[in-house]
Design a protein around this ligand. Sequence first.
Ligand code: EPZ
Length: 422
Amino acid sequence: MDKIFVKGGEVLRGTVHISGAKNAALPTMAASLLTEDQIILRNLPQVRDIETTGKLLQEMGCEAELDQISKNHMCILRAKDPIACEAPYELVKTMRASVLVLGPLLARLGQANVSLPGGCAIGARPIDLHIEGLKKLGATISIEHGYVKARADQLIGSKVVFDQITVTGTENLMMAASLAKGETILLNAACEPEVINLANMLRSMGALIEGDGTKTIRINGVSNLNGADHTIIPDRIEAGTFMIAGAITGGEIELIGCQPCHLSTVINTMRQAGVIVEETERNSCIVRAPHEIQACNVITKEYPGFATDMQAQFMGLMTQAHGTSIITETVFESRFLHASEMIRMGANIKIEGNQATIFGKTSLTGANVIASDLRASASLVLAGLVATGETIIDRVYHLDRGYERIEHKLKTLGAKIIRGSK
Ligand code: EPZ
């Protein structure tokens, strides 16, 4: 099992190219099930979750040229009949976002058998809101032997109110409603840029969608959808992660191919911490570390609030801030597992319920640490960059799910980082 070895103390300087967004790519790949026509996706990140989704689609009978992704970050998909209606446990258990095939399968085939994803390190991750929403569109859904079994001869547009904001729930319902009969209104919908990215792709396929990016999305169903050639938006969480890499090491990094407007709250918070973030043009920015990082408080929220996917990384930065900072996690119920690993490196962090209090500035020392989830593993790499000595991060398969060649990108910025097996 791969590990990552980081020797701390290097100041990171230079330019890094931001990859396409994993969380935007996943629903667009699932959307290929909504048509028999060819779908071309560009700017796909070469990460494990994309590969897993491609394999799942292939298992279901979809043509997917996955080898193109490593060559030019592009994939051609074509879901010609016949398409299987099952998403097996063996694949879904490795990536809960596989639930995104539920809506498209139901809309295309009138049936879907999708394994329940199960929880993960950051929480129970239920999909009850997805299921309740699809029932509102007329689906009959039962849970049998760990599978969601859904049936609907014809989905009928309806009003769906999400009790809680759900990103993939909004995406699943948007895709299902695109082929439903009549109008669907999604209330309390997610506003993330990844949702807008999916709506843009669906519109290019012929879907009638408006209001994406707001909490009320209207979809007028059509009888069929066509092919599309769609480019994935940049990964705002990868961009935020590299911004913190520059800030925590006292360096200066230029991010190329990012969209700072997708990270406004995170950027504003980093500016409060004293970090200089200069938006140079529409799709790049320069990050300069301050002489002293200032402590500041954060409450994670749905978009446009402070992204929960940036919480672990920001906690790493706050261990180097002067003063006490409080991070409140409101989206997931157990997303502080990285804190105990940072404490083993010398951080002074107190966890009480959904609040973490970080007493900075503390000197970190390298240690053997274990990654628990995707963003926690990124935060441990960031802590390793500033720790004295060597940090060895185990279970880096978590990292590979959502970061493309992170050790290569960090090395080009001057980090002493390698991947090895022991
Ligand atoms: C998406 O997950 C992202 N994943 C997550 O990124 C991200 O952390 C999350 O949105 C929040 O921004 C993808 O887009 C593939 P939710 P998702 O449904 O859609 C509860 C990463 O690191 N909920 O918005 O699964 C849920 O438990 C990953 O890249 C229900 O109760 O998250 C959570 O507390 C991690 N019932 C809250 O809502 C449901 O049916 C938000 O979850 C659905 C969700």
